[in-house]
Ligand binder design. Structure first.
Ligand code: CMP
Length: 154
């Protein structure tokens, strides 16, 4: 990688701190026709979409993206689920993006999610929970860079 490209990559990571988060609309929500409803919730809550793509994860992509969970009993199920159909991946911008987006999506298990949250409205189970939201600024930067090149982020 040339110095110039490295600098652009690092700059993208820096720009993602504190005011950007990464999300995926997962295969269950796509299959159930909820892309439009979820994007409306996201933009109505004040998030600006700075990168977005409709894509499908390979097994290797999902294993790498979720490597932190590889020892968990649900890892195989998670990889199967996340690769079974297309997803929407996006980088979102707003003050306090990571925390505010996690509040908007609600608890991992939709049974525990607050009324009006995306998972309460659209998720069906703890495994098939409609959306992903980064859990820290650092992970938002890593996850965004996993899915998007600098030229795809606006
Ligand atoms: P997310 O928090 O986006 O990223 C990790 C994912 O693992 C989580 O969403 C769920 O989709 C999945 N997950 C977490 N806990 C369980 C569980 N107990 N059983 C099955 N899947 C789970």
């Amino acid at each position: 990688m040339s110095c110039g490209i490295k600098r652009i990559f690092a700059q993208n990571l820096i720009e993602m701190s504190t005011n950007r988060t990464f999300t995926m609309i997962k295969p269950d929500a796509v299959e159930n026709g909820h892309i439009g409803g979820i994007l409306d919730k996201i933009t109505s809550a004040g998030f600006k979409i700075v990168a977005m793509k409709y894509t499908q994860l390979s097994k290797r992509d999902a294993q790498e993206f979720y490597a932190i969970h590889k020892e968990r009993p649900f890892f195989g199920e998670l990889v199967e689920f996340m690769t079974r159909g297309p997803i929407v991946a996006a980088i979102l911008e707003k003050d306090n993006a990571v925390e505010d987006f996690r509040a908007l999506i609600g608890a991992t298990n939709p049974a525990d999610a607050a009324e009006g949250t995306i998972r309460k409205m659209y998720a069906t189970s703890i495994g098939e929970n409609a959306v992903h939201g980064s859990d820290s600024d650092e992970n938002a930067a890593i996850e965004g860079a996993f899915h998007f090149s600098g030229r795809e982020i606006f």
